[in-house]
Design a protein around this ligand. Structure first.
Ligand code: BGC
Length: 773
């Protein structure tokens, strides 16, 4: 765990430069706008440790699978998000010497991410060996308004000398991925062009043939008067830029403004990309950097208005939740149903930028409550469009009759993960995808989604479960063998309670959805039945039998659900007795040792209890939490939020708060020692859930909102807004009670601690039954 980020309500601040932390900071200070993203690499060259990262949404490379021993069913490739041509670079030479913080003495350094207005800034003063001092102030952002554009301002000053400066704003297509199975490059040159102050470079990806055109236009702005300068084209292979030479007197400074556009052939015809890049550059240059900054601030203002959470009394907690919300918005805007949310967003290469079950299990609630319903719907449609591929994927593994197994990891619907224990066994992902449909319908009331899209997906998923179970003569029950549950520190287990439970839940929900659609939309129902060649009598009969006769591992004595068969054979030693230097286990223990141990990577049984909470009484929840929590090492970022929500449910404010901090500051404080690979974007939505579903206890039951708020001792109050069925409801929890206000014209009924309140437009709700927060 690290503790170097300054606490501040609206900013992420790093003071002083520690090269050992540079890659961590490059992740933390990343910027993006849903279409493109950029790690916080320096504009000028840097010879020290760095992970270069510019990413373009939807552009990937199918890197040929690399495994020790091929197994039938493995996918051909593992999709990689690509480190794309860089648009931020500005090389700087001072009297012929490169400006490189790795080689210079750094007198002052500050990096700051301004979340309110959506930009990154960095300033430093560096000294050359002979005492010449150069100061730099850089600001950049990925525009929310012009979402294929980025812009930066780079002001450079000669502090105590007069010297000759060469600055080279450039575009670099000669980039590599750190993560490349065969150490290959993934890009090929297509074309380049130049004009005064401007360069445009088009590169294509090998195999997938995505084209990306990156264009830049620079301007120089002197503080006062004009500065004489000369411009020359620079061109080396895939590197294109402009070399600009000028002299600065002592104390004088000059700003380089660099406008960049990044176009992908996913959104533009290839033949037009270069011309469109130039036209787009004309437009943003005419608008100007300052105007773009103002628009950026306004666009972020709108986002904050809809999704900010305000915490009073705890700056670390406030900063953290804003950081999580900020990064989620930077990753996914929900406008394009072809896009999704990679576990690292645009902040690193790990997890290949692909879609995991994280989206459905963790991210959906955030977008449901903070964005228009179309955004959450797009996340669902993404899977709907992939249904044919999910059916094909299941067929490859030996299932038939329209059974669908959605991929564990995907870019375009095809499975692209190739560890057998995950690809073939972590089938619980199908459950999360079905649950997301339920969650969406429950939250929005958009039942018709089932008729239009949802039912078809549910049928495919239910068919899969119906074939994946087998009848055990011995138990006289259905069982599910050879799976990996959410806890990836166990593989090939039998009867993972979570998986069995979700399988039955899916079958039950599919049955309910069939009935609901048949009644409400008979014509659409018939169309789905025909399209899916559904055998109503036979298939529903099979599903009902499985639902009735599924086996679940439990321990009656302890009154708990068992993670899987045989879990109690393990040596049960609480994780807190593990020496600190052995954590995280996955960086210190052999895989063999991990598999045999009792340690749980992430919520597993507890994940199921979280999703299906209404089925369990408080004592059952408590017994399971008390049993599993001490064994859980939370080495997946997805884990602490579930524990925070359950702790809050059980009224354990202290534990809920500790888990909240752990999820919220996971990256800011680098809890798992892996932030340098990129941020844990998908778990950030879990942080939001920890407050809204955890502390505020929000639930949706029968189309109504319920809250059972608690307030961490350290906090004076917290306040958030959620969209719910056409209104925006603001909830403020403080020691004196709960304040509810909403934007709708009709009164809204909201339950607080189980008591219904009719909330006119603005009202202070008295806590019922003398309860105090
Ligand atoms: C977790 C998975 C998750 C993946 C991507 C893994 O460490 O165990 O549940 O889907 O990370 O976030």
């Amino acid at each position: 765990m690290k503790n170097y980020i300054k606490h501040d309500e609206w900013n992420i601040i790093e003071e002083g430069f520690n090269p050992a932390l540079n890659k961590v900071s490059e992740s933390i200070f990343s910027i993006g706008n849903g279409r493109m993203g950029q790690r916080a690499n320096f504009e000028e060259r840097y010879g020290g440790e760095s992970l270069q990262g510019s990413y373009v949404a939807g552009v990937y490379y199918p890197d040929k699978t690399r495994v020790g021993w091929w197994k039938n069913g493995y996918p051909e490739y593992f999709a990689k998000v690509l480190n794309a041509p860089s648009w931020i670079g500005i090389d700087v030479f001072v009297d012929g010497e490169p400006l490189d913080l790795h080689r210079l003495e750094i007198l002052r350094f500050r990096r700051q991410l301004c979340m309110r207005d959506g930009y990154l800034s960095r300033s430093f003063t560096a000294r050359f060996e002979d005492g010449r001092e150069v100061a730099v102030e850089a600001t950049r952002f990925c525009s929310l308004v012009d979402d294929e554009c980025g812009a930066l301002s780079y002001r450079i000053s000669a502090r105590n000398f007069e010297g000759r400066f060469v600055v080279i704003p450039y575009l670099d297509g000669g980039v590599r991925n750190m993560d490349s199975n065969y150490d290959e490059t993934f890009w090929e040159y297509v074309a380049a062009s130049t004009a005064p102050n401007r360069s445009v470079l088009t590169m294509r990806t090998k195999k997938t043939d995505f084209w990306v055109t990156t264009g830049m236009h620079y301007e120089l702005l002197a503080d006062e008067g004009r500065i004489q300068c000369s411009e020359q084209d620079v061109r080396r292979d895939d590197y294109i830029g402009k070399s600009v030479t000028f002299d600065l007197a002592a104390g004088q400074s000059i700003a380089v403004r660099k406008y960049a556009v990044v176009l992908s052939s996913e959104n533009h015809p290839k033949a037009d990309m270069e011309a469109r890049a130039s036209a787009m550059l004309d437009r943003v240059v005419a608008k100007g950097f300052d105007r773009m900054m103002v628009e950026q601030s306004e666009a972020w203002g709108q986002k904050w208005e809809e999704s900010d959470i305000r915490i009073r009394g705890d700056i670390a907690a406030q900063q953290a939740i804003r950081f999580n919300i900020f990064q989620l918005h930077q990753t996914y805007s929900g406008e394009d149903e072809r896009l999704n949310i990679g576990p690292k967003g645009f902040t690193g290469e790990k997890y290949g930028g692909a879609t995991y079950w994280d989206t459905e299990a963790y991210c959906l609630p955030f977008y449901l409550a903070t964005a228009p319903p179309a955004v959450a719907k797009n996340l669902l449609l993404y899977r709907y469009r992939h249904l044919p591929k999910a059916i094909e994927n299941a067929r490859k593994l030996g299932f038939d009759g329209g059974a669908a197994l959605f991929p564990m990891v995907t870019m375009n619907g095809e499975e692209c993960h190739n560890e057998w224990e995950i690809t073939f066994e972590e089938i619980h992902r199908n459950g999360a995808i079905a649950f997301a449909i339920y969650n969406y319908v429950r939250y929005t009331g958009d039942d018709e989604y089932l008729a239009d899209y949802g039912l078809e997906v549910l049928i495919g998923i239910a068919r899969f479960w119906a074939q994946r179970v087998n009848w055990s003569e011995y138990r006289q029950r259905y069982v599910i063998l050879g799976v990996t549950g959410p806890n990836e520190y166990e593989n090939n287990v039998n009867n993972n309670w979570y998986t069995n439970t979700m399988a039955v839940w899916c079958l039950t929900y599919a049955l309910e959805a069939l009935t609901a659609v048949r009644h409400a939309w008979p014509a659409k129902y018939e169309a789905v039945i025909t399209r899916t060649a559904f055998d109503e009598r036979h298939e529903t009969g099979t599903w009902e039998t499985i639902v009735e006769k599924m086996y679940y591992p439990v321990d009656g004595e302890r009154g708990i659900f068992l993670q899987q068969d045989g879990f109690l054979d393990k040596e049960l030693v609480p994780a807190e007795s593990l020496p600190a230097e052995q954590r995280p286990l996955n960086q210190h223990w052999s895989w063999d040792r991990i598999l045999r141990s009792c340690y749980i990577k992430q919520a597993d049984v507890l994940q199921g209890i979280y999703l299906l909470e209404d089925r369990f009484d408080l004592e059952t929840i408590r017994r399971n939490v008390d049993f599993y929590e001490p064994l859980t090492v939370h080495e997946s970022s997805l884990s602490p939020c579930v524990h925070a929500i359950l702790a809050a449910k059980l009224g354990d404010e202290e534990r809920a708060y500790q888990f909240y901090l752990r999820t919220a500051r996971l990256d800011l404080d680098d809890y798992n020692n892996d932030t340098e690979d990129g941020l844990h974007i998908t778990s950030m939505a879990g942080t939001w859930m920890s407050i809204v579903e955890g502390f505020a206890g929000m639930r949706v039951r029968d189309g109504r909102l319920h809250f059972s708020p608690m307030l961490p001792v350290k906090w004076q109050s917290y306040e958030f807004s959620i969209r719910f069925r056409g209104t925006v409801l603001t909830v403020k929890v403080s020691r004196s009670g709960v304040l509810l206000a909403h934007s709708g014209s009709d009164p809204l009924t909201v339950f607080v601690f189980g008591h219904p309140y009719r909330v006119p437009r603005e009202a202070s709700v008295e806590l019922a039954g003398g309860q105090r927060i």
